[in-house]
Design a protein around this ligand. Sequence first.
Ligand SMILES: Cc1cc2nc3c(=O)[nH]c(=O)nc-3n(C[C@H](O)[C@H](O)[C@H](O)COP(=O)(O)OP(=O)(O)OC[C@H]3O[C@@H](n4cnc5c(N)ncnc54)[C@H](O)[C@@H]3O)c2cc1C
Length: 427
Amino acid sequence: VTVGANWAGSYEYGASELLRPRSTEEVAAAVAGATRVRALGTRHSFNDLADTTGSLLTLVDLEPNAVIDTDAATVTVASGTRFAVLGVHLEAHGWALHNLGSLPHISIAGAVATGTHGSGVGNGNLSTAVSGLEIVTGRGDVVRVTRSDPRFDGMVVALGALGVVTRVTLDIQPTYQVRQDVYLDLPWDAVLGSFDAIVSAAYSVSLFTDWSGETLKQVWLKSRLPAPGSGAAALELPDEFFGARAAGDKVFSPAGDDIDNTTVQGGVPGPWSQRLPHFRPDATPSNGDEIQTEYFVDRADAVAAIAAVRALAAKITPHLLVTEFRTVAADALWLSPAYGRDSLAIHFTWFNEPDAVRALLPLIEAALAPFDPRPHWGKWFAMGASEVVPKYERFADFRALAEEFDPQGRFRNAYLERVLGLGQGTT
Ligand SMILES: Cc1cc2nc3c(=O)[nH]c(=O)nc-3n(C[C@H](O)[C@H](O)[C@H](O)COP(=O)(O)OP(=O)(O)OC[C@H]3O[C@@H](n4cnc5c(N)ncnc54)[C@H](O)[C@@H]3O)c2cc1C
């Protein structure tokens, strides 16, 4: 029996087996008994990051057992839990996370291991909410770490290289309401002329384009609403946004006008968990038959970086479902693509045309090279270790952590060797 494919069906895992431990102890036993082993989340990465030649462990059978600590304002939960499940639990108890990615279907562990992000100039990626981890290391022992540990910033976005995370502690805050409004046909001139004002116009802003024409197709504003009874005025949004027009209450999917898979738009207030993701948990997110790519550049270079990619529009558009621009606040996590710099994330959802995408990636990376682009770890990119490693000033410290936590290289795989130069050793 093979392990099967990733969510998009574009990558077939080569692992020899899929194990389903039911407790931290069973995870530890599985790791100790394996030569090569990796954790598998909900399979939403597009490349071979999660894969191994040995055993994959899925943690979906561990009960979420979410424990809210109201004094510390944290929740501790099984790492394989999907954000959609945690969101329902937090909302029911009057709590919230600071942000979510476009889809709530992904596992917490898989998201935080890769620096998965939503949008918002003031919002760090989802990994920045992590304040504690329980990890089964390559030695098979169970380690619990918190933010006070000097190694912690190297352990959150860790690409599965340090161990199998079994429980995660996340910062939470009192629940809040968000409204989501869509605008259509934002002039390119406005984006290039008023970029900072546009992306700062709401709690979370996403711009969607196929790079063609004189306008970007859609703008999504996710506005955080004042708490009821706070005395703050209700939020009024204009009919026009930097030359784009309000879409009204029609549901627009970035994946196509005829697809009904989005969270509620039209300015209807709702809980954070039902507005911050683009896609509803009960629907297929995005398109389903696709490949994704994303690069992070310094937000200070946003306009120049966008213009550099736009020069490739004629080559990109024929193979593209949609591009999304989002912002991510700088953080201190050693392998976070937003490490040390407020970032613009330039995302591409491609048609499932692997050869065409493989041919385009070096062109896009060359166009972005002056801006030192960092790739999303879970999506497609062309650059290898000689280009990637110098982008991360704490990489040597991360390598040392990987050797400390996994001295026998149980979690090493072809991706870590190709992308980070972490050898696979002799085991
Ligand atoms: C439709 C779609 C929309 C997306 N939208 C966004 C978005 O808005 N923003 C964004 O940044 N990304 C986005 N992504 C990418 C996605 O968030 C990342 O690829 C993420 O890593 C997927 O999580 P997963 O649970 O599927 O992990 P997997 O793909 O299964 O694994 C990813 C990595 O996490 C590691 N991992 C998983 N579980 C554990 C564990 N318990 N312990 C240690 N390591 C573990 C794996 O070993 C692997 O290295 C999207 C992907 C899809 C398919």
